[in-house]
Design a protein. Structure first.
Length: 124
């Protein structure tokens, strides 16, 4: 499986990508709007992939596993996002918690069961 950190030709940093996420898009995605969810997923994916590679020195297989776990956590937690804090802050906290939990696991337990079968790259 080939994962790429951003869409081809996209030179933006994960911080720039995160800043571009609109809170209205998040709200619509949390309320079940599939188009908004797809757009949010595509915006969050490069951030999650970059964090998987950057913060956890591991094999490609482990990076894919962590990316999947992080995306799963975002999807399952999206309904709990409150507009009281910026989405970028909420997302960073959520990802940091999951990265810490993932890296504490024994190496053999890190490979995910792929429960949600999320696509592991942005849709083109």
């Amino acid at each position: 499986m080939s994962l790429r950190p951003t869409a081809p030709g996209d030179k933006r940093s994960p911080s720039d990508l995160l800043a571009a996420i609109d809170t209205d898009l998040v709200r619509r995605a949390a309320n079940g709007d599939q188009h908004a969810f797809d757009a949010l997923y595509d915006a969050v994916f490069p951030i999650v992939w970059a964090l998987s590679l950057q913060h956890v020195g591991m094999s490609l297989e482990e990076a894919e596993s962590l990316t999947e776990r992080l995306l799963e956590r975002v999807v399952l937690s999206l309904g709990g996002y409150s507009r009281d804090i910026p989405f970028s802050t909420w997302l960073r906290r959520l990802l940091a918690e999951e990265i810490r939990a993932f890296t504490r696991r024994p190496r053999r337990a890190r490979v995910s069961a792929r429960r949600l079968r999320l696509p592991l790259q942005p849709r083109t």
